[in-house]
Each structure stands twice: as C-alpha cells, then as structure tokens.
Design a protein. Structure first.
Length: 268
C-alpha cells in the first residue's frame, strides 16, 4: 500500500477532530514513576523504575522477552498494582479519570456477532448514551473505516481489524494510549501502514502514547524516546530526535536502531 492509499486522518474542522478537540480530555497526560516495583511471590519483575513521561510524548519500551515491559504496561493501565513505589498521572499525581487510559492489544479481540460500529461502541463503556454512536462513527472515520461500520468483523482483513481495535481504544477520548505489541501479528507491509496510521492519529489527537514492542526499528520510527528494560530495570533512556516522518532506510534511523540493538544484546 502506498502512502497515498493510507486512511486519511481528519484535521481541524474535519469530523474526527472532534474526538480530541482543544479542551477535551483527549490531550496527553503526564506519567511519573518513582521507585516502581512489581513482584509475583518471590519473583521481582520490576526493580525500582524511575521515569517521567511529559504530556503527549510517544514512548517506546523495548527489551528481551520476560524483561518486565508488559508488566509495566499492565501497571500503567490499571490491570495490576505495584508492589511498592508510586505511579502518578497528571500534575495532581492522582489516579486518572475513568476512560482516560486505554490499551490496544496484539489481537484485535473483536466480537464476531457485533458489527464494526458496535465493536467500537464497546470502548465507550458506561459512557454510552446520546451521542455515543456518533462518537463511534467519528472514531471509525479517524482510522479510515467509516464505510465499513455495518460490516461484520469476519469480512475485514487483519489490518482492518486492528484499525477497528484502534478506533475502539480512541472512542473514549483517552489521554494515555498503551499499545501492547499491537502490530506483531501483521504482515510486513500492513505493519508499516499501521505504524503510519498510529503516528498520524497520535499527532492529530495529542494523547500520551506508550508502546511495548520487540521491533527496535518500529520503536525508532514511532517514538520520541525509547526505554530499554533489562532484568526489570531501565538500563537506557534514548531520545529519538530524528525529524518526522521517519524513513526506515535512512542513515539516522539505522544508526539509532543499531545503537539500541547493541544496548539490548550487549557485548558480542
């Protein structure tokens, strides 16, 4: 798929921009971790993590399997609780409002018996009501699938199903979007297309994004910053200052990817 064939995202004044209009809770939320630990029995998975994510930043978390990156994501979205330490959101440092933090998984997890539009509406949770269906249509428009609203999930390709999952995560106007390897099961070309879509939605709506991935190139292409985790601790915090949009084949991206891979793999 060419860049021209990518789903067109709305801009100011267009329909889907209403998902995160100025002053609405779609703007990014700061995240602060202090001495963050997580243990399961005697097994300490996260070890004293300290970091600050400014509002609206795109952060990628990379590391070997079992290093603790998915556990960190579960803490961020409230699916688990820290064993010790603090995890704070926003300037006030309290828990985020309901719906302010959403997650997109590797599998789309769509209901086969519900239409595409109904699957997106599920993301509204208890906020369904007057205007809910229109918000779901706006979210589908943002990912370029408004013409598939009445279809069943079985009629969609893998990439289209992930776009529905992204719309479902966006419909509640999150201030933090966690992405748990959402593109890992896609073919290479569809994966690049989805990377561009996620980047464009993030630029348009301004939420804080936390991406867990095994793909270092993906991390460098998408993120403002890459956290490298090893044995439950942050070992490197790498700023990605290459201008956007980023080309996987560019020398700057290749140099950053090589640097992070060397930090992951250690001495030869």
């Amino acid at each position: 798929m060419t860049a021209d064939a990518l789903p067109r995202l709305a801009r100011v004044g267009d329909r889907s921009h209403r998902i995160a209009a100025a002053g609405e809770p779609g703007r990014g939320l700061a995240i602060t971790a202090r001495s963050l630990d997580k243990a399961f029995g005697d097994h300490r998975v996260l070890r004293g993590l300290d970091f600050v994510v400014p509002p609206g930043q795109f952060v990628a978390v990379v590391g070997r399997s079992g290093c603790g990156k998915s556990t960190l994501l579960r803490l961020l979205v409230g699916l688990d609780r820290p064993s010790r330490g603090q995890l704070r959101f926003g300037d006030g440092g309290g828990a985020p409002d309901p719906g302010a933090v959403r997650i997109m998984f590797q599998e789309p997890r769509l209901l086969a018996w519900a239409s595409v539009l109904a699957n997106v509406e599920i993301g509204l949770g208890g906020e369904r009501g007057p205007g809910g269906r229109e918000r779901a249509r706006d979210a589908l428009h943002a990912v370029g699938l408004d013409d598939r609203a009445a279809d069943w999930p079985s009629l969609l390709s893998g990439g289209q199903k992930q776009r529905v999952a992204l719309a479902r995560a966006l419909v509640s106007r999150p201030r933090v979007l966690a992405l748990d390897e959402p593109l890992g099961a896609l073919d290479a070309l569809t994966r690049v297309t989805m990377q561009r879509l996620i980047e464009r939605v993030w630029l348009d709506q301004g939420f804080t994004a936390i991406l867990v991935t095994h793909d270092v190139a993906e991390a460098v292409v998408l993120a403002d910053r890459v956290l490298v985790i090893a044995d439950g601790a942050i070992t490197h915090d790498v700023a990605i200052e290459a201008p956007r949009p980023r080309d996987r084949g560019s020398p700057a991206v290749a140099e950053l990817e090589g640097r992070i891979l060397r930090e992951l793999l250690g001495p030869a």
